[in-house]
Write a new protein. Structure first.
Length: 314
């Protein structure tokens, strides 16, 4: 199979042995694979794949067709359209995934949308509802509302009956973010638009001091992105005064049981909303596998709304 390969920080498309599914696993012929911040970090040697996943082949989310079943796998059949978060190795023609991590692709989605759905929607849904316990009527702040997880979080929160404000650095993107259901604002001065019951932190340390001052009573901050920095100073008295909570979360290194549970929650609570048109996957741009370097450059350049997706068989 052909796969994106990291060598000394550079990206190439090289041949690799075809993987084989083990017990309970499914071999997926990948049609589309979304790019994520973790891929950028893995390329720089800062975020290795968990043990058991390919270290030199990036890619955390895939969509494709079931090509073969390992012993005992019976949830899907050959030819079924499926998608999943994977620990690595997703930017390849073939990938092996445990059947419990797979989700069916809604009929209304094409491959580019399906390839950009699993990581951002599972991440956003888990952070908002499992970790932060966002409730209808509460006020959510999303830092970095124009990115993949940001656009997913805005739509999920609105569908659940929450009020949403999103910081968007690029002024030209604010109207598009607002169309998803958020009040789109500049990052500067965001506490003036609060207080917020939940803050989804996708940017990192620079926002944290003001996040604490912007919390409502009993407010929660969930940190799932740190691209702008990892260290900061906090006023703990301010956090105590509002009985606030700060929670950090990642998905990639969780055990199979936890990943499977997150997938089932999304499958039952969220995927039906794509069929009705209540949710969509904004795709900024697609690239064929051979143009992977250009795809990574487009991701790193920023200024996009939604996902960058590799189309594997083009």
């Amino acid at each position: 199979m052909r796969a994106v390969t990291i060598k000394d920080g550079t990206l190439r498309v090289e041949d690799h042995p075809d993987p084989e599914p083990g017990a309970g696993e499914v071999l997926v012929r990948v049609k589309a694979a979304g790019l994520n911040g973790a891929d950028m970090m893995q390329r720089r040697g800062l975020y290795p794949a968990p043990p058991g996943w390919p270290q030199e082949i990036p890619g955390m989310e895939i969509a494709g067709e079931v090509a073969a079943l390992g012993p005992g796998a019976r949830r899907f059949a050959a030819g079924d359209r499926v998608m999943a978060i994977v620990g690595g190795g997703g930017q390849a023609e073939l990938a092996v995934v445990h059947e419990r991590e797979l989700m069916p692709v809604p009929e209304t989605l094409d491959w580019s949308a399906a390839g950009g759905l699993p990581e951002v929607f599972v991440t956003a849904h888990d952070a908002l509802f499992t970790q932060a316990q966002l409730r209808p009527g509460e006020h959510l702040l999303v830092h970095g509302g124009a990115g993949g997880v940001g656009t997913a979080a805005i739509q999920l929160a609105r569908a659940a009956g929450a009020r949403v404000t999103a910081t968007v650095r690029r002024e030209q993107a604010r109207a598009e973010v607002a169309a998803l259901g958020a009040e789109a604002i500049a990052p500067e001065g965001f506490p003036g638009h609060g207080p917020f019951d939940v803050i989804l932190e996708l940017v990192g340390a620079p926002n944290m001091p003001e996040n604490v001052t912007a919390l409502a009573l009993g407010g929660r901050v969930v940190v799932i992105g740190v691209s702008a920095g990892v260290k900061t100073e906090l006023n703990l008295l301010a956090l105590m005064a509002v009985r606030g909570r700060i929670h950090g979360s990642t998905l990639r290194a969780r055990p199979l049981e936890e990943k499977a549970l997150a997938a089932r929650r999304l499958e039952h609570e969220v995927l039906p909303l794509f069929a009705t048109g209540a949710l969509r996957v904004p795709v900024a741009e697609t690239f064929p596998l051979a143009d992977v370097a250009a795809a990574y450059e487009a991701f790193a350049a920023g200024g996009k709304l939604g996902k960058i997706v590799l189309l594997i068989d083009q």
